[in-house]
Design a protein around this ligand. Structure first.
Ligand code: DC
Length: 227
């Protein structure tokens, strides 16, 4: 059975991957993995250590030497780097930009493959990111590529951010998101793209509930022997 009983959800920033992956995992009583959190935690560690972002080689060496541990919880992935939990430090805009940058380095991506494979070793995992269906779990039994128009993704992110900071501007959120999309899609190493066998889901005009119901329906169909 192994790697087959994995569901991958890939797609651009702000498409709702994390929420949907978490809620789908909850409905199926499977684990949920937020791989972006791993990249983000590593970016925090690199920033704290003052590793120059102009050097992919040194960055890769740094990341390879880190002990990255992930605790899968039903609503989040807790990331510990060299024994210290960094989960609380990974969500800022600066870290988002830095993460997008260093995750374009093949050296960094390679260094984080092992930890992701180990987390999938027992299956029953809903894993979300950018390359879960294409690279990390190519044998996954069910793959989604979740997207939405960039304006809609920026609107959702804006509403989320505005709750915490009323001075945030939609135009700025849209500009940042467009910039990050460009980076994730155009990097040479495993750029963001749908796996050939992924189901494409465009959530622009759909409610979260609609998308979640569709995903659950598909999961119960594909993995009917498990439910
Ligand atoms: O999903 P997120 O916004 O937390 O991801 C942060 C960054 O990490 C994003 O710019 C792309 C990168 N990332 C990646 O390259 N591969 C993954 N599997 C997950 C995230």
């Amino acid at each position: 059975m192994g790697l087959r009983n994995i569901i991958t959800i890939d797609g651009p920033a702000g498409a709702g991957k994390s929420t949907l992956a978490r809620d789908l995992a909850r409905r199926l009583a499977w684990n949920f993995l937020d791989t972006g959190a791993i990249y983000r935690a590593v970016a925090v560690a690199a920033s704290e250590a003052g590793i120059p972002i102009s050097s992919p080689g040194r960055m890769g060496e740094f990341v390879r030497a880190l002990e990255v541990r992930v605790e899968l919880e039903s609503d989040m992935s807790r990331i510990f780097v060299d024994g210290r939990e960094l989960t609380g430090l990974i969500r800022g805009e600066k870290i988002s930009t830095l993460t997008s940058f260093i995750s374009s380095f093949p050296e960094v991506r390679g260094a984080l493959e092992g930890v992701q494979h180990r987390l999938g070793a027992n299956g029953r995992l809903v894993s979300e990111g950018r390359d879960q269906g294409t690279k990390i779990f190519p044998l996954a039994g069910l793959k989604f590529f979740l997207t939405a128009a960039v304006g809609e993704r920026a609107r959702r992110r804006f509403l989320e951010l505005a709750l915490k900071d009323p001075s945030v501007r939609y135009e700025d959120v849209l500009a940042k998101m467009t910039e990050r999309d460009g980076f994730d899609e155009n990097r040479a190493e495993t750029p963001l793209r749908a796996a050939d066998d992924a189901l494409l889901v465009d959530s622009t005009d759909k409610s979260k509930e609609e998308v979640l119901n569709f995903m659950e329906y598909k999961a119960r169909e594909v993995f009917s022997d498990l439910f």
